[in-house]
Design a protein. Sequence first.
Length: 325
Amino acid sequence: MTLSHPKSASQPPKGIALVSVMALVAVVAALSVSLAWLSYQAIARTQAQRDAGQANELARAVIDYGRWVLWSDARGAAGGSSVMDHLSEPWAQFIPHSRLDQLLGPQMSAQDQARFAAAAISGLISDEQSRFNLARLFQDDGTLRPEGLAQVERLFALLGIRTDQSSELIGRLQSLGKPDIQVEGMVEESGRSRWAQLQQMVRADRSLMEDQRRLLLDHLTWLPKVSRININTVAPEVLRALAGDGESRLVDDLIERRDRIPFRTPAEVASLVPPNAGFETSLLDTQTSYFRMQGYAQFGMAEESFLVIVHRTGGKVSVIHRFSP
């Protein structure tokens, strides 16, 4: 007869080795997942930084292209006019969301098309002198011009801004002070420009509805100096604010005429304005020096918006203001 020996009290119970192995495997698996996740995050960050850098460079390229378009327009090239600026010219045409491989496909190699399939742009150039220039509000010493104040109050009323809102807006504008100093065609900015401050002030004003903010930004600007209004591009509300009460019929006639055939010279405009009309034709022009460029550039998962003011003068088109929307 064979006798069985009793198990030692120190011998581990059955299954403990299997549990230990399973625990070890679980720890190793958790560490592997953590390392994989960290590696993925590092790759994703690198890719995001790369896309952001490419989007930024693409936005700069779009701005440079817009400058070239305006430079060419000043020389009457590519369908533009060196005599007048109007809304049928190439510079005024909106570029909708467009992928670069489709927009420039015939001009690109197969390798470049594959590379730029992840890139897209959208943009618009608008006439900054079609807007009401708030520099008109101030005299050289920073005090308000009565006629400028009356014009901006009329504009606010035409845009549906309440009297209490317009009074508060004018007070905030007055607190910003006189316009920037202009030196040799460029703006000498001690900090931020008045134009950028206007953008920030309107966007941050919570007393205004979203559509009111949009209307104000579409109809207001603050250029380095008092500028003329381009009759061929001006918004009807701005022209009515400049013309004053009682000139509604005249404004309608001017808008109807320019929509059919753009004015070539300010003298053509003056010939349609009666001598006794309360309308200062000296405020009007048919050419523009200041333009706004806005849009975005997309590369991969990154998108870069841009909003700049350019000054076209003496054969140069220079960026004088930037704002990050």
